[in-house]
Design a protein around this ligand. Structure first.
Ligand SMILES: *Cc1c(COP(=O)(O)O)cnc(C)c1O
Length: 379
């Protein structure tokens, strides 16, 4: 056997067709390096849409309680957590699938339901994982133009009419995010129902609702109530955002039992670990903590948006825990100057929004530190 050390290109050429053209998920900045450089107390991390208030204290108690059984495999079905979720959402246990983050479920949906020769439809500026999942499955991405930047009601939002119009007999899967990341945009109940009515029932529509808990606009509507009448719909949720458990990696999806059963065939055994299962059950029981952190976020979202607007910046409408902000031609310079002061935001060039930054709504103190840093940059 010859001796050779092959490089990435060599291995990529041997990968499946989808993976050949794939680029790994871009997490933004190397936060571990920043924490080392600035020290955690001097760093203002507003780049990853985490919940700055953290989870319910009950999560810590539940995890400590698990530490005596780390040598055991967790419940492979996660049944206790599924039961709690089923009760919360008024669905059957068989309609729920747990994932190692909803990212895993979004990837698996394409792996299971789309392949070479199939189309997957999603919006421009839709969540980055939609493109990754499509490419990884070897399917064709049909990227639909978003609503224009000068749209009066929902600039950069999903154009649901155009998405429905892009569905053809080749379409296997449609991804929409409501609200969407990185735009913060959303759509209301009437638009949602009209959209679902237009999609043929052999096309699976995935509603990524990672930020649903944070949406308080009167017209916002989850797709969950539609599941009972449409077996081609999937709703994904996560414990990473409103519940403050991004570090544990738990997401879930709700769909028809038959769809869940097919997904179950490719699920990794024990994909959600024991401490994570226990912590998620615990936080579901603490409605007061959730409510408190949602209220803090809603107040700070308004305050920070206004403060940014007062500084002459355009803030796109948001129903999430982040805002997309237009910084103009010097965005990269602004971003670098903020990083120099230990304020980390999320660059948007990868989304084709190079003149914007995405800012996670922090605590009041974090937002003040951001604004102070911004003033030295803008001044
Ligand atoms: C953060 C996020 C997710 C959730 O990711 P997890 O893997 O559950 O942590 C899913 N969709 C969108 C749009 C997100 O912003």
């Amino acid at each position: 056997m010859g001796e050779a050390m092959h490089d990435e290109a060599w291995f990529a050429a041997r990968a499946s067709r989808g993976v050949q053209g794939l680029r790994a998920y871009d997490p933004g900045h190397d936060l571990v390096a920043f924490r080392r450089k600035f020290g955690e107390d001097n760093l203002v991390e507003l780049g990853s849409n985490e919940n700055p208030y953290g989870p319910s204290p009950a999560a810590r108690v539940a995890i400590l309680d698990q530490l005596h059984s780390l040598h055991r495999y967790p419940d492979p079905l996660g049944l206790d957590l599924k039961r709690a979720l089923a009760a919360k959402h008024g669905v059957d246990v068989g309609q729920i699938l747990l994932g190692n983050g909803s990212h895993e479920l979004l990837m698996q949906l394409a792996q299971v339901f789309a392949g070479e020769g199939d189309d997957v439809v999603y919006s421009r500026y839709g969540f980055a994982v939609f493109a990754l999942a499509t490419q990884c499955a070897g399917a064709n991405a049909r990227v639909v133009e978003a609503l224009p930047r000068d749209h009066a009601a929902m600039p950069l939002g999903h154009d649901l009419d155009a998405i429905a119009a892009a569905v053809t007999p080749a379409t296997k899967l449609v991804y929409v995010a409501n609200p969407n990341n990185p735009t913060g945009t959303w759509f209301g109940r009437d638009a949602l129902e009209a959209f679902v009515a237009r999609i043929p029932d052999h096309v699976i529509v995935v509603f990524d609702e990672a930020y649903a808990e944070m949406a308080d606009a009167p017209d916002y509507a989850s797709a969950l109530p539609l599941l009972a009448r449409h077996s081609n719909l999937v709703v994904t949720r996560t414990f990473s955002k409103a519940y403050g458990l991004a570090g544990l990696r738990v997401g879930y999806m709700l769909a028809a039992p038959g769809l869940v059963a097919v997904m179950e065939r490719v699920r990794e055994s024990f994909n959600v670990n024991g401490p994570a299962l226990a912590a998620c059950e615990a936080v579901l029981d603490d409605a007061a903590h959730l409510q408190w952190s949602l209220e803090c976020n809603a107040v700070e979202r308004v305050r920070l948006s206004q403060a940014l607007q007062q500084r002459g910046l355009r803030v796109f409408p948001s129903q999430t825990n982040f805002v997309l902000v237009e910084f103009g031609a010097n965005t990269a310079l602004f971003e670098a100057a903020l990083i120099a002061q230990g304020v980390v935001l999320r660059p948007m060039a990868g989304y084709g929004l190079g003149d914007c930054l995405r800012i996670t709504i922090g605590t009041h103190d974090e937002n003040q530190r951001l604004l102070a840093a911004l003033d030295t940059v803008l001044g």
